[in-house]
Design a protein around this ligand. Structure first.
Ligand SMILES: [Fe+2]
Ligand SMILES: [Fe+2]
Length: 190
C-alpha cells in the first residue's frame, strides 16, 4: 500500500534521509513545504503534493544510468533521468502507487506539455523552494503564487536558456512543454 503522507510522514522522512543526503535532503523538505503552500493556493490535494514534494529527488544520488537500463527508460541526458527513475523505483517498492503523484515526480525536472496541476506544483516548488537562491528567484516565487502557468513558462525558458548557454542537450519533453506554455502567453514579457 502507498505510504500515507499525513499518518506516516516521519517514516517517509526517515526513508528519504537514508537515500538523500546533505543539501539535497534540506531541498526535499523545502520542496515539500512549497508544494503544500502551492496546493493550498490552487486547491490541489495536499496529501499528494506533500508526498510528491518529499520524494521527488529520491534517486538523485543513486546510479541513474544503471536504473534507466534496469527499468528500460530512454534518455537524452543523464541529468533529467532521476525523475523517471524515482517514479519507477517508488512504484516498484509500492511506496507510491498513485499515478498523479508518480507523474509529478516523473516530470519534475523536464516538465512536459499539458502538465496536471500537481505536476506544475512540484515542477515549480523544485525551483522556488526556500533554500533556492539565485538571481530571479524572487520573481519566480511571486509568479508561482500569482499565476502558476506563467511561472512554469518562466522556469522552462530560464532552464532551457541555461542548457543552451552551457552547450548541453535540451530534453525534448522540455521543448514540448515550453511550446505548450508559450502558446498560452504569446508575445508576453515572460
Ligand atoms: Fe530533481
Ligand atoms: Fe529537486
Amino acid at each position: 500500500m502507498q505510504m500515507d503522507y499525513t499518518a506516516e510522514r516521519e517514516k517517509i522522512v526517515n526513508k528519504l534521509a537514508q537515500k538523500v543526503k546533505g543539501e539535497k535532503f534540506d531541498h526535499s523538505l523545502g520542496v515539500e513545504q512549497t508544494a503544500l503552500a502551492l496546493a493550498r493556493r490552487y486547491g490541489a490535494d495536499r496529501e499528494k503534493a506533500g508526498l510528491a514534494g518529499l520524494l521527488h529527488d529520491y534517486t538523485k544520488q543513486m546510479d541513474n544510468v544503471a536504473m534507466a537500463e534496469k527499468y528500460g527508460i530512454p534518455y537524452l541526458t543523464e541529468k533529467t533521468l532521476h525523475g523517471h527513475t524515482a517514479a519507477a523505483l517508488l512504484k516498484e517498492k509500492g511506496y507510491v502507487t498513485d499515478e498523479e503523484v508518480l507523474g509529478a515526480i516523473r516530470w519534475h525536472t523536464t516538465g512536459r506539455a499539458g502538465m496536471s496541476l500537481l505536476e506544475k506544483i512540484v515542477f515549480i516548488a523544485d525551483y522556488v523552494e526556500p533554500n533556492r537562491d539565485f538571481p530571479g528567484v524572487e520573481l519566480a516565487r511571486e509568479l508561482a503564487f500569482a499565476d502558476i502557468d506563467k511561472a512554469v513558462l518562466l522556469v522552462l525558458k530560464t532552464t532551457i536558456g541555461h542548457v543552451v548557454k552551457n552547450k548541453g542537450l535540451i530534453d525534448t519533453d522540455s521543448v514540448e512543454a515550453y511550446n505548450d506554455y508559450r502558446r498560452l502567453f504569446p508575445g508576453e514579457e515572460i
